[in-house]
Design a protein around this ligand. Sequence first.
Ligand code: B3K
Ligand code: ZN
Length: 872
Amino acid sequence: SLPIRLADYRAPAWRVERVELDFELGIATTEIGAKLLLRRDPAQDESLRLDGENLELISIALDGEVLADDAYRLVDGGLEVHGARDGSVLETRVRVHPAANTALEGLYLSGPSETGFLLTQCEAQGFRHITFFPDRPDVQAIYTVTLRADRARFPVLLAGGNPDGSGELEDGRHWARFVDPHPKPAYLFALVAGRLEKIEQDYRTADGRDVQLKIWAEADAIDRCHYAMDALVRSMRWDEQAYGRNYDLDVFHVVATHDFNMGAMENKGLNIFNTKCLLADADSSTDDEYRRVEAVVAHEYFHNWSGNRVTCRDWFQLSLKEGFTVYREQCFSADMNSAPLKRIEDVGLLRRAQFPEDAGPLAHPVRPAEYREINNFYTATVYEKGAELVRMLAGKLGTAGFRRGTDLYFSRNDGRAAALEDFLAALGEANDVDLSPYLAWYGQSGTPRLKAHGHYDATRHEYTLTLSQHTPASLQQPRKQPLPIPVKLALFGSDGRMLPLHTDGQTDASEIVVVLDEAEQCFVFRDVPERPVPSLLRGLSAPAVLECDYTPAELALLLGHDPDGFNRWDAGQQLALRAYDALRDGAHNGAVNAWCDTLAALFDDARLDAALLADLLVPPGEIELAERESVVDPARIYTLRQQLQQRLAARIGADKLEARYRSLAAQSTAGIDAVSQANRSLKQRVLQLLALLDPTAACHHAATQYLDAPSMTDRLAALGVLARHDAARSVEPLVHYRKRYASDPLALDKWFALQAQLPGEGALARVQALEADPAFTLKNPNRARALLGTWANGNPSGFHRADGAGYRLYADRLLALDALNPQIAARLATAFNGWQRLEPHRREAAHAALASLAGHDQLSRNLAEIVGNMLK
Ligand code: B3K
Ligand code: ZN
């Protein structure tokens, strides 16, 4: 297939003003009638062409007349119709087969045929699997949807929009109708039909609309939806207060399914969620999972404005809705919980997922220039880097200015399909600033390297900071431009206190932002009483990598004293990288000691938040470490990182670790309040460190903790320590867990994932054994990701075997998956990212696995594009 290019965008020649859909629902076969009121762009004279895939056309009529065979033509990927005029009405009837749809795109079945339910997934291009239609986001129509089905088999019938009647039909069937008054693109269409239970709550919006909130799930899951309801209500209030956005329909439905390709989907008025991102209860969910539910519920809800009311002109603009919505969710979660911990979590994700993507063969700009398969572009770059770009703009405008900008953006673009330029224009115009230089960030891939060098003039008391930037070349973009990089900074005195800043423009702030918009620039600070320690890129004020000639002692000063939790953590991460390098190179121990000594002192600091301390005690992960090497040996990285942590554990000392563990364990509760979560987080970290010094003692505690655990977080933490440090002793609890949660798919996923993560060459055999478990299946995306995805993405030393056997097995599974579900196969294939920098043996083996995949002629467009880019 040919790539689709941003530069080729043209407004649609045909639009649909209204559409009436009629579903005659069945598990094996569903028939869909569609009636489209068409509008033609007078400036274009193309004949009507509609998208459609895997549709069996039953009948077709134009303006009430059945079409003759020569008046339309089924073409690859669609339907051409001759003779349509502006105002014509096209009627089609098609047949589809939901139960046979393993790709989980379009209309499909969740669960077994006898008991499962029907649902749809249309973003990005699933609607064309439901009916013939201009399946592009800049075609926005008013939808009237009628569902008909057997009442006993499908007691619940839902579609987006407001309910508009329901009733009985003959033969035990019934119907329900929904009208959505807000014009929307086809990707936001959704329906759900089957046996579902619900919880509900009334909500009154700030502007006075009464809304019924309903969360639907299968009977065994409905009791675990209360936390999601709570998060939904908090999200709705927050969006009213933070952005002045109110909900705009009389009902808001949320539905949970175990069979879903991603986290959730923001269909208008009918959000559909992966159970993994919706269900939560104390017995089966970890603290991380509670936070994820809260975050994803908020994210999908926020899309109602950033995505639905204002949608995307074309899929190249995807970050317009995704980057902005991720940013909105980040701020919401920061408000609901702890801002520094949230920022640590998000920056961690950016560094472990987005930076490597941006440095490898799949690198692309936040606004890509071309794609073959749009589903491959729901990436960390479009989402997470996109959110960082919005954060930069928000930082530049300040809270009030950013709000003025988003108010203008929403009002000016309401009901429209917008481009990224519209976003920047509204933010800029509302504040009288020109933000167009920031557009360059959207078009250029790669993570800028920010170099900093400080010079202190002791006689003049002047500090000169020289900043320079460089973005490494990529295949598509051999020449990179300098970008506007906001660098938030502070200067610290040798006593660890922030110094007041005096520059030409500003005085007496302790933190300022300078913008580096050339390749190199100098910034001068006056009245600096002593040679300062600079703290740069605070809060990660731009998605860049900082390269600074700090000494370990300077980093230790920041780690020990920065009043801001995030910046303290970030200094610690930098210092840990220095320590790692020193260990690797067998160099002087200065950095290792500085890192260990400072953390050991913080360990004794009773004022420090327990959750922050837990994060401070974790060095950068293996993927981040690998990013800095020109030749990567994952086994060696794993070993060195273990050694580094062992040094830290030894420096703190077994007695202190043991004592802290006991005191935290004595205070454990089942609560999900911040204090209880912080307790669990630190307790887990302390137990892991203890296990590196005294595995017997740690496993003893872990065995008890597993049995007594009042929460899933504690239970899994204990299992993890046992499985890593005393495999024999972990057998019984693993069997116990497997039985206890035999009928809870989400809990079983965690069981698969925990074992897939166990490091070392033994991982391959373990993965193969787990594939033989009767509960394993490639057909369920959560299960496939839990085992194969966790192994390949979350366990570098286990996946990257020196003999390449890991790659061969994985390539095999990708092929099998591709035949079932191309989106999942393509997503999992990205685990090969970075293969070019592997040491020669592994590199050779990874190349062979990729090349053998590329040699198959039946690959989906999804997998073919990823593998092809990987080999470019
Ligand atoms: N917009 C959806 C993602 C759709 C992915 C299509 N392959 C979920 C979200 O970002 O909210
Ligand atoms: Zn989204």
